[in-house]
Design a protein around this ligand. Structure first.
Ligand SMILES: Nc1ncnc2c1ncn2[C@@H]1O[C@H](COP(=O)(O)OP(=O)(O)OP(=O)(O)O)[C@@H](O)[C@H]1O
Ligand SMILES: [Mg+2]
Length: 435
C-alpha cells in the first residue's frame, strides 16, 4: 500500500521541493512553491517574515552566514489534510560544513499549505530547533527526560570536581609563583647590596695596597736618611688612610641602613601629637644640616591644622620618615641654590610642612621648591639603594625605608613633583580612633 494518497503525495512533493531549494540556497525556486501571502517563523525570536520581501532579507542573513549548500535528511514526515488545507510536520537533519567540519543540527518544521486555483501553495513555514536535540535525534519521553536530567546532574558533579581540582592546582601554582617572585627579589636585593658594598670595599682595598707599598718606600727612605722624602711619603699614607676611613664609614652606614630595613620595629604605638612631631623633626633636620655645613641656609615654614587629633603611631618610626623627607627636601633646595643660573637670582630655598585633618585619616606633606624629580627616575626613587647623591652622601635607603614604615602603619606615601618647581611628599595615615 502506498504511503500517501495521491493528493497527499502532491502536498509532500511541494513541501520537499521547498526544502531541497532551501538546502541549495535557491530562493526563487522556494518562492515558486509559496502563495503570494506566505509568512515565515524561524528558530530565533527575530526570525519572522510577514511576506516574501521580508523573507528575502532574513534569508540573505542566513546565506551570508552559511553560503555553502547543505544536505538534508528527513527523519520523519507527517501530513494532515483538511479539505483544501494541509499541514506537513517533519524533522530533518541539516548538515552543513563549518570551517571544513560537518556540523549537524536537528530541525523541526511545520508547513501549512493551501490549495490555490490548481496547485498546493505554501502559506506558512515554521522551523525550530527542538529542545531534545541533545538526545541524538531520539524522542524524549518523560522517563527519558528524567534519565537525561540524572545524567546531566552527574556531569555537573563531575565538572564541579574537575573545576575544584583545577582551582587547587591554580592555587598551588600561584603560591609557587609568589615564592619564586620572592626569591627573585631577594636575589635582586642581594645583588644590590653586594654592588653597594663592593664599591667602598674596592676603595679600602686599593688604598690599603698602595699604603703597603708606600710603607716599604718609607722604610727605604728612612734607611737612606732622606727625611724630607720620608715625610712626603708619610703625608701620602695619611691622605690614603683618610680615604680608607671615609669609605669604611660609607660601608658602615650602608650596613646600618640595611639593618634598620630588616629589623622589625620594636617601638610601641602611642597617641602622638603629629604637629609637635613634625615641628621637632623639622628643627632637628635643619640644625643637623647647619651643623655639618655652615653655609647651608633655607627658609622653613609650617602650616599646621589646629584640629589635628592625636594619632596612634610609633613616633620614632614616623619621625624617621619625616627626617628623611625633610633632609631630602633641604638637600634639593640647597643644591638648587648652589647651581643657580643668573636668571633665578630671586630664588629662595624653602621647605614647608603642611598637616591636614581629614577625619578618618590625616595627611602630612613635605613640600620643597627644589628642581623636582625627573620623570625618568620617578618610579625608581622608592627602590632600595637608588640615589642620585654623590658617593658618600646618600645610601638611597631613606625613601624605601620610609615607604615600608608608612605601609606598616596602614598608610600611604605618595609623591607629586613638577620639574623646575619642586616636590611634595604626602604621608597619609589612618585615624583609627574614628570609626
Ligand atoms: N624632595 C626631593 N626632590 C628631588 N629628588 C628627590 C627628593 N627626595 C628624594 N629625591 C630623589 O630620590 C632619591 C632617593 O632618595 P632616598 O631618600 O631614598 O635616598 P638618598 O636621600 O639619596 O639617600 P639617604 O636617604 O639614604 O641618605 C634621591 O637620591 C633623589 O634623587
Ligand atoms: Mg634621603
Amino acid at each position: 500500500m502506498p504511503k500517501y494518497t495521491e493528493q497527499e503525495q502532491e502536498v509532500i512533493n511541494v513541501h520537499n521541493v521547498f526544502w531541497e531549494a532551501l538546502a541549495n540556497r535557491d530562493i526563487d525556486l522556494r518562492f515558486s512553491c509559496c502563495s503570494e501571502n506566505v509568512t515565515f517563523i524561524g528558530t530565533g525570536l527575530h526570525e519572522k517574515a510577514a511576506n516574501k520581501a521580508e523573507y528575502r532579507i532574513m534569508n540573505e542573513k542566513g546565506v551570508n552566514q552559511f553560503p555553502e549548500p547543505f544536505q538534508i535528511d528527513f527523519i520523519w514526515t507527517n501530513i494532515s489534510m483538511f479539505h483544501k488545507q494541509a499541514v506537513v510536520t517533519c524533522e530533518v537533519i541539516w548538515k552543513q560544513s563549518i570551517n571544513g567540519k560537518i556540523s549537524s543540527e536537528l530541525v523541526r518544521s511545520t508547513t501549512l499549505l493551501n490549495y490555490e486555483e490548481d496547485a498546493w501553495k505554501i502559506v506558512h513555514v515554521h522551523g525550530s530547533v527542538p529542545d531534545y536535540r541533545l538526545a541524538e535525534g531520539e524522542y524524549m519521553t518523560t522517563e527519558k527526560i528524567l534519565l537525561r536530567n540524572r545524567e546531566l546532574e552527574q556531569k555537573v558533579f563531575e565538572r564541579t570536581q574537575e573545576l575544584g581540582k583545577s582551582l587547587a592546582e591554580l592555587k598551588a601554582t600561584q603560591s609557587q609563583l609568589i615564592q619564586s617572585e620572592k626569591m627573585a627579589s631577594l636575589g635582586e636585593l642581594t645583588a644590590g647590596i653586594a654592588h653597594e658594598i663592593q664599591n667602598p670595599l674596592n676603595f679600602v682595598n686599593n688604598f690599603s695596597e698602595v699604603n703597603v707599598e708606600l710603607v716599604a718606600e718609607l722604610k727605604l727612605e728612612l734607611e737612606k736618611g732622606d727625611i724630607a722624602e720620608a715625610i712626603a711619603i708619610a703625608d701620602d699614607i695619611a691622605i690614603n688612610e683618610g680615604k680608607i676611613l671615609q669609605h669604611g664609614k660609607r660601608a658602615d652606614s650602608i650596613v646600618k641602613g640595611m639593618l634598620q630595613h630588616s629589623r622589625s620595629s620594636n617601638g610601641i604605638n602611642e597617641p602622638t601629637d603629629i604637629n609637635a612631631l613634625a615641628d621637632e623633626y623639622l628643627r632637628l633636620s635643619y640644625h643637623g644640616l647647619r651643623a655639618k655645613d655652615k653655609s647651608f641656609n633655607a627658609d622653613f615654614k609650617t602650616e599646621f591644622d589646629a584640629s589635628m587629633p592625636k594619632i596612634n603611631i610609633i613616633p620614632q618610626d614616623i619621625g624617621r620618615v619625616l627626617l628623611n623627607l625633610i633632609n631630602n627636601a633641604f638637600y634639593v633646595v640647597a643644591e638648587r641654590q648652589k647651581n643657580l643660573s643668573g636668571l633665578e637670582e630671586t630664588y629662595k630655598p624653602s621647605v614647608t610642612i603642611i598637616t591636614k585633618n581629614l577625619g578618618d585619616r590625616i595627611e602630612i606633606s613635605v613640600m620643597d621648591n627644589g628642581n623636582g624629580i625627573p620623570e625618568e627616575i620617578r618610579n625608581k626613587i622608592f627602590q632600595p639603594f637608588f640615589t642620585t647623591k654623590p658617593t658618600g652622601e646618600g645610601t638611597g635607603l631613606g625613601l624605601s625605608l620610609s615607604y615600608d614604615i608608612v605601609k606598616a602603619h596602614g598608610g600611604e606615601l605618595k609623591v607629586e613633583s613638577l620639574s623646575g618647581e619642586g616636590t611634595t611628599f604626602v604621608i597619609t595615615l589612618p585615624n583609627l580612633n574614628i570609626r
